[in-house]
Design a protein around this ligand. Structure first.
Ligand code: CP3
Length: 342
């Protein structure tokens, strides 16, 4: 089976015939094909069923011709393996009924053996590798983002409890980050052993931190994870959402590829991250533009990214659940066509 390795080449900064594209959350609710599978099971049941995970992971590859697949799972699955109860409530998202806000709760968290507790993830990866003709991205949440969910008990807008812990109980906060970090390292190493071909760390909430706090409370753990993952030889992608003010620091994380949200011009970002590949960064809502305007925006973005060491086209964050799939198709085709170099 011949493998389309354009994505991996771009991650490594090697020249490619065209700019590869995939979309964060490409397997998800905007696809009727996903809804059909999801209609039969809960989200957590889906995450724990390797056959169904394979099916939904492959959907966007088959439908749109994406240049990379991302494992279907969730960043909060390892938090459940650490011993916490995880629920997904319709319309509210993830909920942890037992929050981690004191030493007692922290002491109860375990650093799980990923193969024993999350064997379904490794099985999904092994099955996918038999099917896929494009590279498979494994992933985890970055420790800060995971910690916010455990401390807040779910999604948040102001992150009061998280910052309260950082500033009034720093030892507790660092203790929690330490445990999540150890869990994440062994989890991602297990994904690599199972066959993942690149690894992405999602730091969805890094952008709520002042640069000085990002450096003190979040980045050291990201650096440690990436340092440990380097033994795999796989490209590592670090995506800090809302991270334009943190770019110089993110670039020092050790990642091979820096993910960019849409709030910054990609050319400006490339100048700031230096000799690194970048991934991004069209506004997910720009997929709603009429075809010609969308194509023009993509043409401009590709042009602005011309000096990148490598460029993987992506959205600046996950695709929104109400995006018409036809619009995603227009974007993928436009990137493939407009970036042709040979
Ligand atoms: O296609 C892919 O990108 C792979 C699968 C994937 C999911 N979640 C599936 C999912 C990935 C990579 C994630 C990452 C994830 N999960 C992040 C980081 C990226 C980001 O969006 O910032 C975060 C913060 C989570 C936590 C999470 N999971 C939330 C907040 C929610 C609910 C909010 C929402 O968007 O509905 C989820 C649920 C979730 N994860 C869904 C999917 C497809 C929807 C679940 C459903 O089918 O009802």
């Amino acid at each position: 089976m011949t493998m389309n390795d354009t994505f991996l080449k771009a991650c490594r900064g090697e020249s490619t015939d065209y700019t590869p594209i995939w979309m964060m959350r490409q397997a998800g609710r905007y696809l009727p094909e996903y809804q059909k599978v999801r209609g039969k099971v809960t989200f957590l049941e889906l995450c724990k069923s390797p056959e169904l995970c394979v099916e939904v992971t492959l959907q966007p590859i088959d439908i749109f011709n994406m240049d990379a697949a991302i494992l279907f799972c969730d960043i909060l699955i390892p938090m459940e393996a650490m011993g916490l109860t995880l629920e997904f409530h319709e319309g509210r998202g993830p909920v942890f009924p037992n929050v981690v806000r004191d030493q007692n709760a922290l002491d109860k968290l375990i650093v799980p053996d990923p193969d024993e507790t999350m064997g379904f993830v490794m099985e999904t990866i092994r099955l996918l590798r038999r099917e896929l003709k494009v590279p498979l991205i494994g992933f985890a949440g970055a420790p800060f983002t995971c910690a916010t969910y455990l401390i807040e008990g779910g999604s948040s807008k102001v992150f009061w409890e998280t910052k309260k812990m950082m500033f009034t109980a720093p030892e507790l906060f660092h203790g929690l980050m330490e445990k999540i970090t150890r869990c994440t390292i062994s989890y991602l190493l297990a994904q690599a052993r199972a066959g993942a071909q690149a690894l992405q760390l999602f730091d969805s909430w890094a952008g709520i931190l002042a640069p000085t706090d990002f450096q003190e409370y979040a980045l050291p753990y990201v650096e440690r994870i990436i340092g440990e993952l380097q033994q795999t030889g796989l490209p590592i992608i670090y995506f800090a959402n809302n991270g334009a003010t943190l770019l110089e620091y993110s670039a020092r994380s050790g990642a091979d590829v820096i993910g960019l949200d849409w709030r910054i011009n990609i050319g400006d970002a490339i100048k700031r991250v230096g000799n690194k590949a970048v991934q991004g960064n069209i506004d997910p809502f720009a997929l709603l533009l009429p075809k010609e305007k969308l194509r023009q925006r993509i043409r401009n973005l590709l042009e602005d990214a011309r000096d990148a060491k490598g460029h993987i086209f992506n959205l600046g964050h996950g695709i929104h659940q109400f995006t018409p799939p036809d619009q995603a198709k227009i974007a993928v085709d436009a990137v493939h066509e407009l970036s042709q170099r040979s």
